[in-house]
Write a protein that binds this ligand. Structure first.
Ligand SMILES: Nc1ncnc2c1ncn2[C@@H]1O[C@H](COP(=O)(O)OP(=O)(O)OP(=O)(O)O)[C@@H](O)[C@H]1O
Ligand SMILES: [Mg+2]
Length: 206
């Protein structure tokens, strides 16, 4: 599904990612866990082609991503970025609808999907017309997650997205787990790692 081979990225001569290799099969979850600055976000950004590797290859579904148009690649990858990255001039509804619109979904289907997602991430429907600055940080993270899942992509990259989600042990064991389980994100062993603030995930969910 995703095969990363000998991936290296240097910025101004200093190595942000140093010769890493891994693969993630369909239905598997990979957690990149490491200290701050060790290269987790940089790795995810290369998978999404926001930046290009200095050397090494990334193959997604059998094709080297450099051979795909970045916009086509991204239509199949949900990405929750570390600093949330909602478009400030778009409402919550418009933010979530971005990829479905690019995929030419009809209005009814998009509306239905947005309702499902608001429920999934636990946000009230009244918030749909708000702008990101009118939401709390945690609520913005939830919108970011809804946006990443909007078109039901085969690949989801989560860069520390769930700080908002897991606020207490009770939370972790009940609603959050149940909600995410309904999305078949597995295996469940990764969830405790989300409490550490230094994890990034590459997820393929069934
Ligand atoms: N655009 C850039 N230009 C120069 N250096 C960069 C750039 N982006 C990242 N770096 C450096 O690359 C290294 C890896 O950064 P990265 O953001 O991938 O870390 P991370 O593992 O995600 O850290 P954190 O856990 O703090 O989010 C860091 O030393 C960072 O300063
Ligand atoms: Mg990071």
């Amino acid at each position: 599904m995703i095969t990363v081979s000998n991936l290296t990225k240097t910025f101004n001569g200093s190595r942000a990612v140093n010769n890493i290799s891994f693969s993630v099969e369909c239905g598997e979850t990979l957690v990149l866990l490491g200290t701050s600055g060790c290269g987790k976000t940089t790795t995810l950004r290369m998978i999404n082609r926001l930046i290009e590797p200095t050397s090494g290859t990334i193959v997604v579904e059998g094709i080297n991503i450099l051979e795909k148009r970045p916009e086509d690649l991204r239509k199949h990858i949900g990405y929750v970025i570390q600093n949330i990255g909602l478009f400030p001039h778009y409402t919550v509804e418009q933010n979530i609808a971005i990829v479905p619109l690019l995929l030419n979904w009809d209005r009814k289907r998009i509306k239905r999907r947005i309702s499902e997602l608001m429920e999934l991430v636990g946000l009230p429907f009244e918030h749909l017309q708000r702008y990101p600055r009118e939401l709390s940080g945690g609520q913005q993270q939830r919108v970011g997650l809804a946006r990443a899942l909007a078109a039901d992509p085969p690949i989801v990259l989560l860069d520390e997205p769930l700080g908002c989600w897991i606020r207490s042990p009770e939370d972790r064991s009940r609603k959050s787990l149940g909600t995410l389980r309904s999305y078949s994100i597995k295996p469940w062993s990764w969830l405790p790692m989300m409490c550490l603030r230094q994890s990034a995930l590459v997820i393929r969910y069934a």
